[in-house]
Design a protein around this ligand. Structure first.
Ligand SMILES: [Zn+2]
Length: 205
């Protein structure tokens, strides 16, 4: 349901199940309203836009940011969208999310991104949350520099996202540690220079 002139309605074509949603289903997140449609990652097509939306029109293909940004508050003006005073993580948390046929996107102009017509949606949906989270929370916060030696503990989705995006910064070595041999084999294909199985200390290179 539309609630503001800055809203857009998006028809979902791709979405995901994030680890956070599994926590919600287990009851670990008290901020999520019972009965809420969960999901905050997605790719889709604009179904309609409200009058104050200027950057998008019906029929545009879009990537949905997991974080809604009003674009006007003091945090948004510093490009710190997560603490946005009226947005932030609200999709699939305080308002219905993307695991649905249609989703209402608040602050559409500053919470959606245009995507090319020939974009691979399966790959692009990883930009809603997981790759930016791996890059910002692990690689940038970890201050990875050219020539760094990087150790990543855990080869789950965020670990893999950190592994891929750390390579933007040209570290000398990326060592990844996990208990799952299959995941560790994938990390070598994704660019890890060594993969250590913490159950037995054996390393793949
Ligand atoms: Zn804001």
């Amino acid at each position: 349901m539309i609630t503001a002139p800055t809203d857009a309605i998006v028809r979902i074509t791709r979405t995901t199940i994030c680890g956070t949603e599994l926590h919600i289903l287990k009851g670990d997140d008290p901020t999520c309203t019972p009965g809420q449609v969960i999901g905050y990652e997605g790719v889709g097509v604009i179904e309609l836009v409200c009058p104050a939306v200027a950057a998008f029109k019906a029929g545009d293909r879009v990537l949905i940011s997991c974080i809604s940004a009003c674009g006007k508050c003091a945090y948004c003006r510093k490009l710190l969208n997560l603490p946005c005073t009226s947005g932030g993580w609200i999709l699939g948390n305080r308002i219905d999310g993307t695991q649905a046929e249609f989703v209402r996107i608040p602050y559409a102009d500053t919470s959606l991104h245009h995507i090319p017509d020939d974009a691979d949606e399966d790959a692009l949906v990883m930009l809603s949350d997981i790759l930016p989270t791996g890059f910002k929370c692990r690689v940038l916060n970890g201050k990875v520099q050219p020539g760094s030696t990087v150790a990543i503990v855990g080869a789950g989705p965020i670990g893999l996202a950190a592994l891929l995006t750390a390579q933007f910064c040209s570290p000398a070595d990326i060592i990844i540690i996990d208990l799952d041999g299959n995941r560790l084999e994938v990390t070598i294909r994704f660019g890890a220079t060594a993969a250590v199985n913490s159950s037995d200390g054996q390393a793949l290179e």
